[in-house]
Design a protein around this ligand. Structure first.
Ligand SMILES: [Zn+2]
Length: 340
């Protein structure tokens, strides 16, 4: 929505406090939020930022993979997904990426950080697949980073020989993101040594790593369902989400490979809240925090972009004793009416 007014129970500010309000929007910016007494028919939540995806994997959606290791499936360059991507025609990849972006938008996501494989060609293909209402921030590799918003490294070990390329990307002002600590702790120190802008997974982080991320202000992107599905963890202590929060880390939420996990942030929020026992406010903060990559806060506040999800909460609005908890644990994407 570029201009207009919305009314409803809105989850406002950085505390996501539910308030009965009118929200005025001008040129896509929230200009005023005022209290209301009118009866509530809809809820208004901040839209989500999905902080880690691989959307081209859509072409291999739900391939049966029982018994395969993580490396067999997704390791670059010869894991199953990379073999599938290499043999898939561009038109097919492009259609798959567009349909996944449409799904993401319909389920409340308006921006996402995408690891795009396939070098410059792969990055161009996504850049040409423009989908209204949703903005990819693209992390390319193998030369693709120079066309993209940043460099997405699959693992520190694979990139030891590419230090010059990493330095060049940095000099060009590109952000650097890296997977680390997904299946073990061996790659974590090498990842920190590359001075990344953010780290993805951190499943096997120990206290020293958590303190380092907190002290250096390096955000960590947690992908809980991916970690469970791909065998990275089978305990709520990995990734050590509670310790990360308590020690002051910035945490963002991502859904990872579309091959295995639907990029539905309502599902990711419900899983995180259930398994890792995060508070609803912590969950929402993680699901919106990545908007800082676009220079804003991702919250419902005057002066912020009107990235909003309008929901019909149905009978839940009559019974809930905590709308914020219901939003992250009970409301699913089928309650979405409008994403703007
Ligand atoms: Zn990934």
């Amino acid at each position: 929505m570029q201009d207009g007014e919305l009314h409803g129970l809105a989850f406002c500010g950085e505390t996501f406090s539910p308030r009965n309000v009118f929200i005025s929007i001008e040129k896509g910016i929230i200009t005023e939020i005022v209290e209301s007494n009118r009866s509530i028919t809809q809820w208004i939540a901040p839209a989500f930022f999905n902080a880690h995806t691989h959307i081209a994997d859509t072409v291999a959606m739900d391939t049966p993979v029982m018994g395969h290791s993580l490396a067999d499936l997704v390791a670059s360059p010869n894991g199953l997904k990379h073999r599938i991507l290499r043999t898939t025609h561009d038109d097919h990849l492009s259609t798959a990426m567009r349909e996944t972006m449409q799904f993401m938008h319909a389920t409340g996501t308006t921006a996402f950080a995408e690891f795009r494989e396939g070098g410059t060609h792969g990055v161009r293909l996504l850049q040409q697949t423009i989908t209204p209402g949703i903005r990819p921030i693209i992390f390319g590799r193998d030369g693709g980073e120079f066309l993209a918003d940043g460099l997405g490294l699959s693992c520190a070990k694979h990139h030891v020989a590419d230090l010059a390329a990493i330095e060049r990307a940095r000099q060009l002002g590109k952000r650097i993101a890296i997977h680390a600590g997904e299946a073990g702790s061996k790659d974590i120190e090498d990842a920190f040594a590359l001075d990344p802008d953010f780290i993805i997974h951190a499943t096997y982080f120990e206290e020293c790593h958590i303190r380092e991320a907190a002290d250096r202000g390096i955000p960590l992107v947690i992908c809980p369902r991916s970690n469970w599905i791909l065998g990275g963890t089978n305990t709520s202590f990995r990734p050590p989400v509670r310790k990360m929060i308590d020690l002051g880390c910035t945490l963002w939420l991502g859904t990872d490979n579309v091959m295995f996990i639907a990029p539905d942030m309502f599902s990711e929020c419900a899983f995180l809240t259930t398994v890792y026992n995060t508070s609803p406010e912590e969950t929402l903060s993680m699901a919106t925090g990545g908007f800082s990559l676009l220079g804003h806060r991702g919250i419902i506040e005057e002066g912020e972009p009107a990235n909003l999800i309008c929901l019909d909460p149905g009978y839940i609005k009559e019974w809930t004793q905590s709308p914020t908890l219901s939003l992250v644990s009970r409301i699913g994407s089928h309650f979405v009416q409008l994403v703007c």
